[in-house]
Design a protein around this ligand. Structure first.
Ligand code: NAD
Length: 278
């Protein structure tokens, strides 16, 4: 297997471009799934307070025998903890649950523009303090639209290192990705496989046949060729392995374009402009 490439973030920190996501992985299944991922060679785990499995992620990492510095760990702030004091406390609780003394990346999970009087700026300032303390090596946001990012630019000091947003072949997010590129914000594509919903697409299936790869591998490769960071989720060891076996082939520019042309602006998750986190 060729090594997983790193992406350099706007603060000089490096993040593995492929990781492993654990949304909707039951706590009872998490140690096994994360252990299988680490065994297969993943070195980047994406969790969140709201996934309810930080403790089990930490346990799998600790059992792996890998050094803390060898695994890139991301977690995210609960929607219920946006007030600055709550955010500081929630960060400490995430560290404790994971059993670590720093996070590689800590994100505001959702902007929640209809809650907390629309104030995600004071939440961001709490993350800036955590970053300055060195307890999060990088900080970023998730599900932020250009208008939310513009407001942070105007009212705070640190530019988010990443924006973690929903992206898949049916939701290519061209405008938001261009905005992020212009502002040196790396894009992390959540639900990169559209939760499995894009894998039966005939265009993707035809490219997979030509490449002698599976549709999931082709879709993940498409994300990497566009420069996004991805962390597909699976609890099945064969699929966990399959999703990392994507470094021995490439897609032509035409194939990347053909997949991008499948865009339908179709979300599988909530709309960040209206989602209130409940
Ligand atoms: P995904 O797009 O990774 O799809 C996962 C599903 O696809 C699996 O449950 C399985 O059914 C299927 N699958 C996986 N590998 C496959 C393969 N090789 N062949 C066939 N089917 C396969 O969806 P996801 O889990 O929602 O997203 C990935 C990660 O993104 C999450 O685990 C989480 O870390 C992150 N995420 C973040 C947010 C956010 O708001 N920031 C929201 C959702 C997900």
């Amino acid at each position: 297997m060729t090594a997983i490439p790193d992406i350099t973030l706007n603060n000089g920190q490096r993040i593995p471009q492929l990781g492993f996501g654990v949304f909707l992985v039951e706590p009872d299944d998490t140690v096994a799934a994360v252990s299988a991922a680490l065994q297969a060679g993943y070195r980047h785990i994406d969790t969140a307070e709201m996934y309810g499995n930080e403790k089990e992620v930490g346990e799998a990492i600790s059992r792996s025998g890998l050094d803390r510095s060898e695994v890139y760990i991301t977690s995210k702030l609960s929607n219920d903890a946006h007030r600055p004091d709550d955010a500081r406390r929630a960060f400490d609780e995430s560290l404790k649950a994971l059993g670590v003394d720093y996070l590689d990346l800590f994100l505001i999970h959702w902007p929640l523009p209809t809650r907390y009087d629309g104030d995600y700026v004071s939440t961001w300032k709490a993350l800036e303090e955590i970053y300055r303390d060195g307890r999060a090596r990088s900080i970023g946001v998730s599900n932020f639209q250009p208008r939310h990012l513009r407001r942070l630019h105007g009212e705070s000091e640190i530019i988010p290192a990443v924006d973690q947003i929903e992206v898949n072949p049916y939701l290519t997010q061209d405008e938001l990705r261009s905005f992020c590129a212009e502002h040196q914000i790396a894009v992390e594509a959540w639900s990169p496989l559209g939760r499995g919903g894009v894998l039966g697409d005939p265009t993707i299936a035809a490219i997979a046949r030509r490449a002698a790869k599976t549709p999931a591998q082709v879709v993940l490769r498409w994300h990497l060729e566009r420069g996004d960071i991805v962390f597909p989720k699976s609890v099945t060891p064969e699929r966990i392995q399959e999703n990392i076996d994507i470094f021995d082939f490439g897609l032509s520019a035409d194939e990347v374009e053909a997949i991008s042309a499948l865009n339908r602006d179709e979300r599988t998750g909530p709309d960040p402009d209206t989602f209130d986190g409940t």
